[in-house]
Design a protein around this ligand. Structure first.
Ligand code: IPD
Length: 286
């Protein structure tokens, strides 16, 4: 049956505002937060409660025809199935949340087709439906189309502002590739670096993607996040004229579950800048 993307989008937006209110009402502390695989992989009771709220609401409204994949109920080995799937991260940026800031992301469908990302602390809602553009609503903007201004051409990586994240993996090959690549991005040309304008880490993959969609950041590169960290932002990015590729050289057709991504904003020169960035990646992870 046809999936009514507009109705799903509108329901997700309403749910995002409700979940945001729940997040704002919480008072997380570092001491009460738990951890998953290590001390940098944080989870709070609010993450679980918000996922539960969202899951129950979605099940009640959309019923049995849809599957659900959520960060807090995911089990190793779960994969996206054939059916349309809501992909939900109740709080994307849990680390920010326990340090006093937070973000909420929601996404739907096994291919990113509807995306809603809400930051309750700045009351900013980003949303998109495939084929219909991406929009931002906040105290300063009323359903403004993204990007917020006409993109200037992307001329060279050295003119770019780049978002990256440490993520929660702090050892092994993925970590090594990240650290060496960060060093190369920052280093001067004389030392073989790209000397980008700067690195940013907003602490939320979804929010990094939305900043690229907005045009405030040129590129975002990360190894290690999951489908629920990128699914919503992916549609928002592409509907704003941006492009999602893999983080490793040559990967022009990324899949939503592959955990290695690079996003580049819209505008002339995208392809050249992607290739230039791939030339700075030190080592390879699959
Ligand atoms: C994390 C954030 C972070 C990224 C990590 C994610 P979570 O999501 O998106 O920016 O670097 O890879 O796991 O765990 O806070 O939902």
């Amino acid at each position: 049956a046809e999936v009514d993307l507009q109705a799903i989008h509108d329901h997700l937006s309403t749910l995002a505002y409700r979940a945001g209110a729940r997040i704002l009402a919480a008072n997380p502390t570092q001491s009460a937060a738990g951890t998953k695989k290590n001390s940098a992989d944080i989870v709070t009771a609010t993450d679980r409660a918000v996922e539960e709220l969202v899951r129950e609401e979605l099940r009640g409204r959309w019923g049995e025809g849809f599957d659900f994949m959520g960060e807090e109920t995911y089990k190793e080995g779960d994969v996206l199935g054939e059916r349309p799937t809501f992909i939900v991260d109740p709080i994307d940026g849990t680390t920010n949340f326990v340090h006093g800031e937070g973000y909420l992301g929601l996404a739907v469908d096994r291919k990113p087709v509807v995306g809603v990302v809400y930051n309750p602390f700045t009351r900013t809602l980003y949303s998109a439906i495939r084929g219909q553009g991406a929009f931002l609503t906040s105290p300063f903007y009323d359903h403004a189309r993204l990007p917020l201004r006409d993109p200037e051409p992307l001329t060279s990586l050295s003119q770019c502002l780049v978002a990256v994240e440490w993520g929660s993996e702090r050892e092994g090959k993925d970590y090594e590739v990240k650290v060496e690549t960060f060093r190369r991005l920052g280093a001067s040309k004389k030392d073989g670096g790209a000397m980008v304008h700067g690195l940013r880490s907003l602490g939320s993959a979804e929010l990094n993607l939305c900043k690229v969609a907005e045009g405030a950041v040129d590129l975002y590169w990360e190894n290690g996040c999951y489908a629920w960290d990128v699914c919503a932002g992916w549609v928002i990015l592409e509907e704003a004229g941006g492009k999602m590729v893999g983080s490793m050289p040559g990967d022009w057709e990324p899949k939503v579950e592959q955990r290695r991504y690079m996003a580049v904003r819209g505008g002339e020169g995208q392809r050249g800048v992607i290739e230039e960035f791939w030339g700075c990646v030190v080592g390879r992870v699959e």
